[in-house]
Design a binder for this molecule. Structure first.
Ligand code: ANZ
Length: 847
């Protein structure tokens, strides 16, 4: 066939690439500078869809670009293959999760290969392979050794349908499970945690290093998730209790405005305080506490909910003024934030005000928010005699009446020694005083919680801990790793709230490696976010059986220069990877503290305006699209659709048009008649200018992720080349060859099959992907024309393009010939002409 046949082109090149492995990473002797370009690895559910197609097309543009720029590029791929969907599918169909997982991996792998993403296929990893998860276990042991892995009894989000613990972000805003849709409840379990809160400050502060190379939205989401608050801990003596109770407050300046104290109903403190109360109070509290247990964390933080609570009949003493404060339990105070108790300042905190108004508690204003502190200068009216009156200072509106707390800044009042101070000075002063008296101190608090890593499910990494007969915890010796998952035979994987591994008798019953007595393995498996928190390091030496990764390889390659993936992972995955990197840094395994130097979040691929989802039935599979349009048209469409951060509606784009453009580009290589040795200097200058402008501009555009602009420039270049072939200077001209070769080089970033085929037709050996970017000739980039302006009596009447070298006489002649000018001048007489070649001609006229 003579025409462009993408199926034939794919069938020709794919097996050759399989054989020659053109995208293997350079070996140890490779002297080129290095780049590590990483796409977030896929989860193997079904075959790839258009969301994958976009992510891997864009990541590949970057990898291919750096290769053309002469870098030794590491561009690996793997599968994030542990997790619930495999297990749920396995339960539904009664098969082993392994079968489902590895079948899907094979399918995705085949599609990915056909898609011609330039991965180093020798480095593939699957997190569910024992030689990967062995190193999760190693990491766990290292964390345990350092006190960063620990067990704690706690309330967890419990999905009663999937019968599993959920992380906070798996609970939707309406309090239901992201997985099953069930209403999430609270349950007490002993769980394994990683102590990420020890790293809260570093995780927050180091975000500053990423400013400019990570999307600002992601930085904001990370900051928000860590949620550092700065304030004070204040100790309140409790009547009839030996130890004082501390509260965390961001507004210690308002301490004199405290009129009651509130404790979380589900806290140890509340339970303890109520023990000293009357039977009536005990009963009321018990009823309330039971009610609160049914309410989701999200609802409890909803400020608009009606306030509820019970009085505990206990009293605290304000350390600033000795006032006696009633203690209440109310669900808007959370047990696991700060100290699970607050000093309530209803005049200046809306939640406290709502509560005070609901239960008739006093409200005392301590900040005069009408008193200007900065900025707001009162307007003073002066009469014609220069007399003026100062406006009466209005007292602040009473929050007890308006129902609106005064949260603004102002001057302190009703606050003893703080009176008259601004907020920041009052905070400083009160912290000083509390510190001096030993009843308080400056404090920070974080929204970030420790990372709950245990899961009561089968399809994950077994936790390498043995429980002795007396409850002692024994880490499995490193040389006994990996602890393999037992086969599923005889195990009931349906969720029951305890791990199915507990029923694998032969597996779970072991001897205590210390005492030789009988003992049990920990039956829980790890959160799969553990797997993905360090996988970028495993790619450096994925077959090494002696260590998780080689620190020398990490020195060479890491951190990742460019990470590409969806914004759905903007919080947890990135936070956990950043945390583990810092832990590995502290252990001396790596010498950097941030894993991903730059991050690109591609937008979503939608179908007719909505996200593709199984329930909507609008998922577009990648394989079908590749069958229909060919690989290169799909890839080019992804790059051309718009800025990568924007969503793409697959119903609005046109892979047909992309395919037509590719055919047009490909036919150029069919028409070139000159040989590769031809001297370009002899080529047509006009076409050469277009070519060299593309060569000069494309790199900056790619580095700014303006892939769509580069594709548009390629289209211009193809058009200019076609014109030159069909008209002047004709297909034998050197500039036509130069332009067509440049089209192939440009397309090698977006449309690898077409580019490779063009390259062969142009007489070069494969692979165009490694040929290298050509340098633009600066001489050909000089502007070839300037705009001359023609004025009549100082008013612009015409503009046209002239050579920068045009002579004054010639410019004047052109100006006099302008229709717009002759029309304006009409019958008037030209009395003066000013000519400043090449930019300006001015005619002065009379009459
Ligand atoms: C007194 C006060 C007066 C407060 C005022 C605010 C305004 P962020 O910024 O989120 O850290 N608080 C403390 N512990 C709490 C808990 N376990 N559950 C619910 N609320 C709690 O919020 C800190 C503020 O939230 C603290 O400052 C405390 O109320 C409340 F005019 O103390 B504040």
């Amino acid at each position: 066939r003579n025409g462009y046949d993408i199926d034939a082109i794919q069938a020709k090149w794919l097996p050759r690439w399989e054989e020659t492995k053109p995208f293997s990473t350079g070996d140890a002797d490779d002297k080129r500078p290095r780049k590590y370009v990483l796409d977030m690895f896929p989860y193997p559910s079904g075959d790839l869809h258009m969301g994958h197609a976009e992510a891997y097309a864009l990541g590949d543009v970057i990898a291919r670009y750096w290769r053309q720029q002469g870098f030794n590029v590491l561009h690996p791929i793997g599968w994030d293959s542990f997790g619930l969907p495999a297990e749920n599918a396995a339960i539904k169909r009664g098969v082993d999760p392994r079968d489902w997982t590895y079948r899907n991996i094979e399918q995705q792998k085949a599609t990915m290969k056909r898609y011609a993403a330039s991965f180093d296929w020798d480095r593939v990893l699957h997190t569910s392979d024992p030689d990967y998860y062995k190193w999760n276990q190693w990491l766990f042991l290292k964390m345990y050794e350092k006190g960063l892995a620990y067990r704690k009894d706690s309330w967890v989000n419990w999905d009663p349908v999937d019968q599993t613990v959920l992380a906070n972000e798996q609970v939707l805003a309406d309090g239901t499970s992201e997985r099953s849709g069930a209403v999430v409840v609270k349950k007490k379990l002993t769980q394994w945690y990683f102590k990420i809160t020890d790293y809260a400050d570093r995780l927050l502060d180091d975000l500053n290093q990423l400013e400019g190379t990570w999307p600002s939205k992601v930085l904001a989401m990370q900051r928000n998730w860590i949620g550092r608050s700065i304030g004070a801990d204040v100790d309140f003596v409790i009547e009839g209790r030996e130890a004082p109770v501390s509260v965390f407050t961001t507004r210690p300046d308002t301490l004199y405005g405290t009129t009651f104290m509130v404790v979380a109903p589900d806290s140890e403190l509340a339970a303890e305080l109520v023990r000293g109360s009357s039977p009536e109070v005990k009963a009321a509290f018990a009823e309330y506490a039971a009610q609160v247990q049914m309410i989701s964390e999200i609802d409890r933080q909803d400020a608009t909910r009606e306030k509820t609570g019970v009085f505990l009949d206990r009293f605290a003493v304000n350390p600033a003024n000795g006032e006696r404060l009633p203690i209440w339990a109310a669900d808007y105070v959370l047990a696991d934030y700060g100290h699970g108790a607050v000093m309530a300042v209803p005049a200046h905190d809306q939640r406290d005000l709502d509560f005070a108004r609901a239960f008739g508690l006093p409200v005392r204003v301590v900040v005069d928010t009408n008193a200007p502190v900065t900025g707001a200068i009162p307007v003073i009216h002066m009469d014609e005699h220069g007399n003026y009156e100062l406006p009466d200072d209005l007292p602040p509106l009473d929050p007890a009446i308006t129902g609106v707390a005064l949260t603004g800044e102002g001057r302190m009042l009703n606050s003893g020694p703080l009176d008259g101070l601004s907020k920041s000075n009052a905070i400083r002063r009160i912290i000083e005083q509390l510190t001096g008296a030993g009843t308080g101190r400056a404090a920070k608090n974080y929204r970030l919680r420790d990372w709950l890593i245990s899961r009561q499910r089968y399809w994950g990494t077994p936790i390498p801990i043995i429980h002795g007969a007396d409850g002692e915890l024994i880490p499995v010796p490193e040389e006994q790793l990996p602890i393999l998952l037992p086969p599923t035979e005889g195990l009931d994987l349906t969720p029951k709230g305890t791990s199915p591994l507990g029923a694998a008798t032969d597996w779970v019953n072991v001897t205590n490696p210390v005492t030789g007595e009988s003992a049990r393995r920990d039956p829980d498996t790890m959160d799969t976010f553990v797997d993905s928190s360090w996988y970028f390091l495993r790619f450096l030496n994925p077959r090494d059986e002696t260590k998780a990764f080689d620190p020398r390889e990490a020195d060479k390659w890491a951190p990742v220069d460019q990470y590409v993936g969806g914004v759905t992972h903007a919080i947890l995955h990135l936070l956990y990877a950043r945390f583990i990197t810092k832990v590995l840094f502290d252990m001396g395994y790596v010498n950097f503290t941030e894993p991903f130097s730059a991050l690109l979040n591609q937008g979503m691929v939608l179908m007719e305006g909505s996200a593709m989802s199984k329930s909507k039935g609008n998922i577009v599979g990648l394989s079908e699209q590749l069958d229909e349009h060919g690989v290169d048209a799909v890839r080019l469409t992804m790059a051309f659709a718009g800025p990568p951060e924007d969503d793409i509606d697959w119903a609005d784009v046109s892979p047909h048009a992309s395919a037509k453009f590719l055919a047009r580009a490909w036919r150029l290589s069919d028409d070139v008649t000159s040989a590769p040795e031809i001297d370009w200097k002899t080529g047509d200058v006009a076409l050469r200018r277009v070519t060299h402008r593309f060569l000069a501009e494309a790199p900056g555009l790619i580095e700014a992720f303006k892939f769509n602009v580069v594709v548009a420039r390629l289209m211009e270049l193809v058009n200019a080349t076609r014109k030159a072939i069909d008209g002047e200077p004709g297909k034998a001209d050197a500039a036509v060859r130069e332009a067509t070769e440049t089209v192939a080089l440009g397309l090698s970033l977006f449309a690898p099959y077409t580019a490779e085929d063009m390259w062969e037709k142009l007489g070069y050996p494969p692979s165009v992907a490694h040929y290298g970017w050509r340098k633009a000739n600066p001489v050909l980039l000089v502007e070839e024309s300037v705009t001359a302006v023609v004025q009549v009596n100082g008013k612009v009447r015409d503009r046209f393009e002239v050579s920068p070298k045009i002579a004054n006489d010639d410019l004047e002649k052109l100006a006099r010939a302008s229709a717009a000018v002759t029309r304006t001048i009409g019958d008037s007489e030209i009395v003066n002409v000013i000519v400043r070649a090449p930019r300006l001609v001015n005619f002065a006229t009379k009459g």
